[in-house]
Design a protein around this ligand. Structure first.
Ligand code: UDX
Length: 434
């Protein structure tokens, strides 16, 4: 099928390449000429495992192309909207400028029978508002939220755990068209849920609100563990055995960040307020606050570990990305901790396998070093803030001991073997661990 994908960021670029890889003819469209020329050369503008391979393959077959020219969308049967919905500069609500611009820009090129499938995360009610503008062209608007995780985006797009399609009242064709688009996943038995527009929009924000709440729940338990001497990682293991609870997303640490969870829970709160139901999701404010407090705690542990002051102490910060397998630093707890330690007068050196360029652009005041070992060399304290394998799994206390005389390690992701580090003579501090 011929498809267009409007917006070639994390979501759109992956979606375009993934759809080409399952046999569709896809044009990706974005206003950013630099991004389009990179993608047209087969260069992924961000780090995402597996993306360069499907980009190159798609371009080579001729089924995948990228352009800044919106008119190239004409002739496609389905038009995916994958533009960003960032947090507004002066508030919590989502900024819908790009969604509106994408839909308005697309309208002249729509034909009767086309489907416009929104994938961006939007406040509930957005699709119903956009729908008449699309319907006036004879096309239909459906909402098809995206649940991909950065780092697993290609797999999550080609082989999702569910597909959700919201359709307008009386629209009995769009869902079938999208079923055809996702034929390989549908054939595998992937659940395909057809809902109304509002439900589809809500599914996405509800899922992210739940995940954020789960993380903040265990981080709240970490706070209690800290004043009682309990160990939150054992607690998480124990409650996680209950299948109703489950162990995933019970990783206590410096909390969640990224381009989705923080902004989505804030936009959800703002939308609920507008709907007169602010109290229904008032707990999300608490979820946000617990999350932000964990960064304070990590910083406090560094200060305590260094006997009350970090001033002019060398601190090795392992990680800058908001999570491993990503170079994304949006709302990264790791980078926030680094910046604040720098603000306290510490001599901070940050390392990360993928995110240094992005981090340096936003925080040029920090010192960066791509080498893990050089970053650790001579450090008074080490803080692990993004659990890349080279920091969590591969860094042994014996090796670290050869690099520095400092013997303080703060495990911001509870990924290290506390006993091994202590046995090697290190002062180990976890999050919510004795
Ligand atoms: C998230 C959702 O998972 C995805 O479905 C949605 O489409 C977009 O938002 P993503 O932002 O890629 O995906 O990251 P995710 O893997 O969910 O992690 C979010 C943050 O939570 C990271 O900062 C991670 O470090 C943190 N996290 C995750 C924890 O602190 N503890 C955990 O147990 C799990």
């Amino acid at each position: 099928m011929r498809l267009s994908v409007i917006g070639c960021g994390y979501l759109g670029a992956v979606h375009a390449a993934a759809m080409a890889s399952i046999g569709h003819e896809v044009v990706g469209i974005d206003v950013d000429a630099r991004k389009i020329s990179a993608l047209s050369r087969g260069d992924a503008p961000f780090y995402e495992p597996g993306l360069p391979e499907i980009l190159t393959a798609g371009l080579a077959t001729g089924r995948l192309s990228f352009t800044t020219d919106m008119s190239q969308a004409s002739g496609a049967k389905v038009h995916f909207i994958g533009v960003g919905t960032p947090q507004q500069k002066d508030g919590y609500a989502a900024d819908l400028t790009y969604v509106n611009a994408a839909v308005d820009g697309l309208l002249p090129y729509l034909s009767p029978g086309d489907v416009v499938a929104g994938k961006s995360t939007v406040p509930v009610g957005t699709a119903a508002e956009l729908s008449p503008r699309v319907a006036a062209t004879g096309a239909a608007l459906a909402w098809n939220p995206e649940f991909l995780r950065e780092g697993f985006a290609v797999k999550d797009t080609i082989d999702p755990d569910r597909l959700v399609v919201g359709v307008a009242p009386g629209d009995d064709t769009s869902a079938d068209v999208l079923r055809e688009v996702y034929a390989p996943a549908v054939a595998k038995g992937t659940p395909f849920l057809v809902t109304d527009l509002a439900t589809a929009e809500l599914v996405k924000v509800a899922a992210n609100a739940f995940l954020a709440t789960k993380i903040s729940f265990i981080n709240a338990m970490a706070e209690i563990a800290e004043v009682t001497g309990a160990d939150v990682t054992q607690l998480a293991d124990a409650i996680g055995h209950d299948v109703r609870i489950g162990r995933r997303f019970l990783g206590a640490g410096i909390g969640f960040g990224g381009g989705c969870l923080p902004k989505d829970i804030r936009a959800f709160s703002a939308r609920a307020e507008e709907l007169g139901r602010g109290e229904s999701v008032a707990f999300l404010r608490e979820v946000d606050e617990i999350n932000l407090r964990r960064r304070d705690r990590a910083i406090q542990l560094v200060v305590d570990g260094l006997d009350g002051s970090v001033f002019e102490k060398k601190i090795a910060v392992l990680g800058a990305a908001f999570k491993p397998y990503s170079d994304d630093i949006r709302d990264s707890p790791a980078l926030d901790v680094a910046v604040r330690l720098h603000g306290l007068g510490a001599n901070v050196v940050v390392t990360d396998p993928e995110a240094i360029d992005n981090a340096r652009r936003v925080h040029p005041q920090l010192t960066y070093n791509p080498s893990r070992d050089d970053t650790i060399r001579g450090a008074d304290a080490i803080i692990l803030v993004t659990e890349w394998d080279e920091y969590r799994r591969d860094l042994t206390p014996d090796h670290a001991s050869t690099l520095t005389d400092g013997r303080v390690i703060i495990d911001g992701r509870n990924g290290l073997d506390a006993t091994a580090w202590r046995n090697a003579g290190w002062d180990y501090y976890g999050m919510g661990r004795p």
